[in-house]
Design a protein around this ligand. Structure first.
Ligand code: SF4
Length: 416
């Protein structure tokens, strides 16, 4: 039987292919056999998961129907940064299932004697590629800071060594983007927050920062990186913290300290952008670029995912426009969920938002959250899905100057 064959896991978590069944993908309620044209070899650095208390859905070639394949667990792939998935793994939840951990779950099939996934590569830069990480070298790089009193460096050492955070590793290796986490608190409660999850939900991916570093501590880390790296990016707003704008005061002081020493490097912030006045003030103080995180360009679904406190989606849009008005580079961290992101109403709202705010880049990032729980939380109509490939193609055609990717961009590369 030619075509992408279903992969399953048995009770001993052994993964194997099941001839007679074609692998399927899911987009919201829609389940269909995978198209060969959508498949790419499983990227290096991917992880394969079996999904407990769930039953795989697959296309029975003989009976010509999509059906449950009982007695096995579904297998999904967590693909690395730089790739955007076109569907989610196809399965039904069984009694007693628990919410899945904070990863994205792409379908994976056995095809041409190898593992394949439906995905597209949106960024070829190796910024977060830690597949060839030399941990002995990392240990030496971290030891070089033994004796430092800088709490932020000590925190980043943990992030690099314990949590394998690519940005923290980049700081110790002196390349690409360096993280500057500053805020233990946040003014939102995202469903998929990786540093804070409410009791009874899934585990947070890493512990949240417990202190606010001083402007001097921040500036020391930033300046070390800017002096060591060509086209360096230093970034507030990391996975191990809350919302950086909650610490706007110390950020402003740090930016002033950094810019007193050098004009080199890109000072960037990943943010929910809910506080427009702070964004305006930090842009005036020397912030070069921002990346605004959103799951939807429709206020009601933004509300259901972010549960913002003290701000609304309209403030987020106002912040984007204000940063553009001050000629800053604005990227969107667009949290992609096939079956939601490619709904016609979402596409219409998103393209209107891009046109209205004049943002410079879209980062098409897979939403790391249990897909079926997400759809129940969003309760969004999902008729007439466009497909993620169509959404990407239409955005490229409608906005020729718009940049597409996955990673932040240094100012020297904004026009590339
Ligand atoms: S804005 Fe960031 S820190 Fe705040 S809840 Fe959302 S993911 Fe977590």
């Amino acid at each position: 039987m030619s075509g992408p064959v279903l992969l399953v896991a048995d009770k001993d978590q052994k993964i194997f292919d099941l001839p007679g069944y074609l692998a399927c993908g899911q987009s919201g309620p829609t389940v269909a056999a995978l198209f060969c044209a959508d498949l790419i070899p499983l990227p290096p650095g991917s992880n394969l998961f079996f999904l407990p208390d769930r039953t795989p859905l697959a296309f029975n070639n003989e009976r010509n129907v999509v059906q449950e394949v009982k007695g096995f667990s579904p297998v999904a792939a967590f693909i690395p940064p730089g790739y955007t998935q076109l569907a989610t793994a196809a399965y039904v939840e069984r009694k007693g299932f628990k919410i899945l951990p904070l990863f994205s779950y792409a379908p994976v099939a056995f095809y041409r004697k190898a593992f394949y996934v439906p995905a597209v590569r949106v960024d070829t830069r190796p910024n977060h590629d830690i597949t060839a990480l030399d941990r002995d070298l990392l240990a030496r790089q971290i030891r070089a800071f033994n004796g430092t009193s800088n709490r932020l460096i000590k925190h980043l050492a943990d992030c690099a060594w314990v949590n394998s955070c690519p940005n923290a590793i980049n700081f110790f290796f002196g390349k690409y983007e360096c993280p500057l986490p500053v805020s233990p608190s946040c003014n939102a409660s995202c469903l998929g927050c990786i540093s804070w999850q409410k009791k009874g939900s899934c585990a947070a991916t890493q512990p949240r920062l417990s202190f606010v570093p001083s402007a001097d501590e921040i500036a020391e880390v930033a300046l070390r990186h800017i002096r060591a790296v060509k086209d360096a990016v230093v970034s507030f707003g990391q996975g191990c913290e809350g919302e950086p704008l909650m610490a706007a005061g110390v950020i402003k002081d740090a930016i002033i300290l950094i810019r007193r020493q050098t004009s080199r490097g890109t000072i960037h912030m990943n943010t929910n952008a809910g506080r427009t006045r702070d964004i305006a003030d930090l842009c005036r103080s020397g912030l070069d670029s921002i990346r605004v995180s959103l799951n939807s360009a429709r206020a009601e679904y933004y509300q259901r995912y972010y549960a913002p406190r003290g701000y609304a989606f309209s403030d987020v849009c106002a912040s984007m426009a204000e940063a553009r008005r001050q000629k800053k580079f604005v990227a969107l961290n667009y949290l992609v969920m096939p079956g939601f992101t490619d709904a016609p109403d979402e596409y219409a709202a998103f393209s209107a938002l891009v046109r209205r705010t004049g943002v410079n880049m879209v980062q098409w990032r897979n939403l790391n959250f249990d897909p079926q729980v997400y759809f129940r939380k969003m309760r969004a109509p999902v008729a007439g899905l466009l497909g993620m490939k169509t959404v990407l193609a239409r955005m490229r055609a409608s906005f020729p100057a718009l940049r597409h990717g996955y990673f932040n961009v240094a100012k020297g590369q904004w026009r590339q």
